[in-house]
Design a binder for this molecule. Structure first.
Ligand SMILES: C[S@@+](CC[C@H](N)C(=O)[O-])C[C@H]1O[C@@H](n2cnc3c(N)ncnc32)[C@H](O)[C@@H]1O
Length: 522
């Protein structure tokens, strides 16, 4: 498969593995309520996604991101040229001196690649990614997503009409749409059902209103559908006599969709409509009760159905009457609600790692309220001026507006789990460290309910233990043997020192791993 190359690629393709694990610190004063399982994280999403990994790897059902499009605009509240001080510093560190020669497109690709890799790892096996983008980077984004998600998992490229009025001063064409690229973690093949399955879109009142019942049919509301089709077959080209005696032939070049014999059955079953006077061109009745419980999504999303940029700005203004321009580039609520409706069900987690004004969290709240369901959200925003005052503030205001039962935890990225010398951060508690150890060993998330003093969980036929009471207190001593489970399973025990002889370890099927040197990296 062809693969895209750019300056700096080598330095970033496996960079996700080098990102240090940081701890998350809850900021109580910026949070709303307790134990909601909704999160807003302030920080660079590269570090934030890594920090989420021990808790959420393989658990996110839907990721929607709206990254900077790389338009070159540097005057917005965030930088749309991959040139913010934080990202510049990061590029310098990761890509090195070469980073000074990068074009704006190289920089964007360097920024996106490791973040998309982490996002993929966070998705559940039946999860899906939606990415908003425009022509500045659409082609590059598609190439790297083909690389990371594998081309076969590309689902669609949706066109979203973002504007109503054309720009008459446009040099070539007036740009009226954005793209939304859709990739499943796994697309289902054949009858296999482990991958993503899309939901239908709920019918709107307006769509249902097209169903009427002019002949008072006892089967309920119906709408007429063309009886003729384009694919011509001589056998299906025959005259039909209406109840009033008029002879009707299919339109030029077309034929009827059914045979003469079957049409007779349909007429007997009162499924053919000849108009109120019985002399019209025949059509087929489609009963509302017989159509699917929703509509198959199409790839063209018009502003009338999902809103446009103007609607999005108005929605934000309505919530922030006290702030003049809270955020320049929000997305409309109806757009994100449609994505969430297609991609998720009650109880699923939705992640947005370029949160901006927090539309995704607002859309989750709105949809939950509308359907009486309980999806969860995780939002990440890097900019200091945005995360608390706009992202979190919008969600707070939405919670109030909808009288929503849940809140969210606002978190800052804390210190790395290990310092530069590889020593574990002193503020890290047993549960946090256990979560990390269990994840790096098993690539799955710990079940906190299973933690039993030093036992932190099992996976396959291996049990994991952690001795971690504080600096210089973490010895694996003979007395610990009484605490391990009496099973045949191999036991991996993490501690600072091992004071048990090799023979005894073998006898009890124990593998000692020294903190921090033998703690795996992910
Ligand atoms: C296009 S805006 C998203 C708008 C959002 N969809 C909405 O409806 O408001 C992109 C956002 O991503 C943020 N961002 C850019 N790079 C980031 C990073 N590395 N980590 C976290 N957030 C980042 C920017 O600060 C900006 O707020």
């Amino acid at each position: 498969m062809p693969s895209l190359n750019w300056i700096g690629k080598e330095a970033v393709v496996n960079h996700d593995k080098e990102v240090p694990f940081k701890l998350l610190k809850k900021v109580k004063t910026a949070s709303v309520g307790e134990n909601s399982q909704n999160l807003i994280i302030h920080g660079d999403n590269l570090e934030a996604l890594k920090a989420l990994m021990p808790f959420y790897a393989g658990k996110i059902k839907c990721i929607y991101i709206d990254p900077p499009y790389n338009t070159g605009n540097e005057s917005w509240i965030y930088n749309d040229k991959v040139n913010s001080p934080k990202i510049k510093q990061w590029l310098g560190k990761v890509v090195g001196r070469e980073s000074e020669d990068l074009t704006r497109h190289d920089k964007w690709l360097c920024m996106m690649y490791p973040r998309l890799k982490l996002l993929r790892d966070l998705l559940s096996e039946d999860g899906v990614l939606f990415v908003s983008i425009d022509d500045n980077e659409q082609h590059n984004l598609r190439s790297i997503l083909d690389d990371i998600f594998v081309q076969n998992n590309f689902v669609n490229n949706i066109i979203w009409q973002k504007k109503y009025s054309p720009q008459n001063d446009a040099k070539y064409f007036s740009d009226m749409h954005d793209f939304i690229l859709v990739y499943a973690k796994h697309k289902n093949k054949g009858t296999e059902l482990r991958g993503w399955l899309r939901n239908l879109i709920s019918r709107t009142e307006e769509q249902n209103a097209r169903y009427k019942n002019p002949d008072n049919d006892l089967r309920g509301l119906w709408k007429s559908s063309d009886l003729s089709v384009k694919t011509y077959s001589k056998n299906y080209d025959y005259p039909i006599t209406t109840p009033s005696g008029r002879i009707v032939n299919p339109p030029q070049g077309r034929c009827w969709r059914t045979s003469k014999e079957n049409l007779k059955n349909l007429i007997e079953d009162k499924r053919v409509w000849f108009g109120p006077k019985g002399d019209g061109v025949p059509s087929i009745k489609r009963f509302l009760s017989e159509v699917q419980d929703g509509i198959v999504p199409v790839t063209l999303w018009l502003r009338e159905e999902v809103g446009d940029n103007q609607e999005a700005r108005q929605e934000l203004k309505d919530l922030f009457k006290d702030v003049e321009f809270p955020f320049e580039t929000p997305k409309p609520l109806r757009l994100i609600k449609r994505i969430i409706e297609i991609a998720t069900k009650d109880g699923d987690i939705i992640l947005d790692s370029f949160a901006g004004s927090g539309t995704t969290a607002h859309a989750v709240i709105d949809l939950n309220k509308e359907k009486g369901e309980n999806r969860k959200f995780i939002m990440i925003e890097m900019e200091n001026d945005v995360a608390k005052d706009i992202t979190a503030e919008r969600v707070k205001r939405a919670i109030k507006k909808y009288d929503y039962q849940d809140g969210f935890e606002f978190c800052e990225l804390d210190k790395p789990l290990f310092d530069e010398n590889g020593h574990i951060e002193e503020t890290c508690d047993f549960k946090q460290f256990a979560t990390y150890i269990y994840f790096t060993e098993t690539q799955t998330n710990i079940d906190p309910k299973k933690i039993d003093i030093n036992f932190i969980g099992e996976n396959g036929s291996i049990e994991y233990y952690l001795i971690y009471k504080g600096k210089n207190k973490n010895d694996l001593e003979k007395s610990f043997l009484k605490k391990i489970r009496k099973t045949e399973y191999k036991k991996i025990i993490y501690a600072d020192r091992c004071l048990i002889d090799e023979e005894t370890l073998i006898k009890h099927n124990i593998v000692f791993k020294q903190i921090p040197y033998e703690v795996k990296v992910y």
